[in-house]
Design a protein around this ligand. Structure first.
Ligand code: HEC
Ligand code: HEC
Ligand code: HEC
Ligand code: HEC
Ligand code: HEC
Length: 184
């Protein structure tokens, strides 16, 4: 049985079959890596690069970051405040979807990108108050089209920065590495 298979595999047909099998495995692997790094399919193809380069401030669209746990995502009314006055809104296919949502008074469900599990309590406010910048955690949004998460937001990532920021301050180190600070 094994020997028969071996004879077949070194025959021309066998070699071609092996090549095809190898290629499809490779394609599958490459596809897997590709989908991991791909940004999610969003209901509207909003682009950070355009807006950030127009100097629209992060906090204009995500004002909650200063006030508490979550920055929040803008409502379509906020988009429309600008877009009803912009000529491109009538011509761009990307903006046809926005017009459709507004005309039908539909709510939008953006697909989350940056997330930690529910048992972790992350709060934006102390970070912004301590002078940590949005791009330290979310990367440079001025070069992103559809938002992607630049890093795995796991425990090691949080703790590395907390240890670095605490430096020689023992009290701060204890607080920022205490399990109860992030899990309660
Ligand atoms: C502060 C004003 C402002 C706000 C708020 C705003 N936009 Fe824009 N947006 C613009 C401007 C200006 C452009 C560039 C238009 C141009 O190229 O002529 C633009 C471009 C775009 C484009 C690219 C269109 C294309 O074909 O290149 C999309 C998509 C878009 N906006 C969607 C949105 C969505 C969705 C929201 C709400 C989440 C939003 N915008 C909020 C001002 C704004
Ligand atoms: C004109 C409005 C607008 C501006 C300005 C803007 N954003 Fe956004 N942001 C959005 C919208 C709409 C989404 C949801 C769609 C998406 O994820 O691409 C979003 C999503 C995000 C996400 C992913 C959120 C999630 O659900 O996980 C991050 C992170 C983010 N923005 C950070 C920033 C930062 C940092 C800046 C400033 C450099 C910024 N944004 C400026 C509108 C804006
Ligand atoms: C210390 C790291 C850190 C900094 C600094 C930071 N973020 Fe976040 N951000 C996160 C994490 C972690 C999440 C996921 C939170 C969750 O799942 O509850 C997140 C989630 C978000 C979301 C998702 C939507 C929401 O309301 O949950 C947006 C939008 C966002 N951040 C925008 C910003 C903006 C704008 C700034 C700067 C003003 C900023 N972030 C600064 C780590 C950070
Ligand atoms: C880039 C650096 C950085 C990253 C990444 C980071 N933090 Fe922080 N974190 C800080 C700083 C700085 C402070 C404020 C310390 C102080 O009080 O001076 C802080 C404070 C906090 C606090 C408030 C502690 C208190 O005073 O009660 C919590 C909770 C917290 N972080 C959770 C997280 C979690 C959860 C993550 C990962 C999902 C995370 N942080 C990732 C830098 C960071
Ligand atoms: C600075 C914030 C922070 C501190 C402090 C922290 N954790 Fe976490 N922890 C996280 C984040 C974020 C996750 C979720 C991401 C992950 O699985 O790494 C997590 C996940 C976990 C998990 C689930 C792991 C898994 O594989 O699903 C356990 C268990 C845990 N932490 C225990 C602890 C214990 C015990 C301590 C104290 C020694 C602690 N954590 C301190 C942020 C923190």
């Amino acid at each position: 049985m094994v020997r028969k298979f071996f004879e077949w595999i070194i025959s021309p047909m066998g070699r071609i079959a092996a090549l095809i099998a190898g290629l499809s495995l490779f394609t599958l692997a490459a596809y897997g890596v590709f989908t991991l790094q791909q940004s999610p399919e969003q209901p509207i193809q909003f682009r950070h690069d355009i807006h950030v380069n127009l100097q629209v401030q992060c906090l204009y669209c995500h004002p909650g970051a200063l006030r508490g746990a979550s920055p929040g995502l803008p409502t379509l009314t906020k988009c429309w405040g600008c877009h009803q006055q912009i000529a491109k809104t009538d011509t761009s296919p990307r903006l046809a979807v926005l017009k459709d949502y507004i005309a039908n008074g539909k709510d939008i469900a953006w697909v989350p990108v940056a997330q930690v599990p529910d048992f972790v309590h992350f709060n934006h406010r102390p970070h912004i108050a301590a002078g940590v910048n949005c791009e330290d955690c979310h990367g440079d949004m001025s070069v992103q089209e559809i938002a992607v998460n630049p890093q795995v937001m796991n425990m090691g990532w949080c703790l590395n920065c907390h240890k670095e920021k605490a430096g020689d301050d023992e009290v701060k180190l204890t607080k920022l590495t205490d399990c109860g600070t992030c899990h309660y």
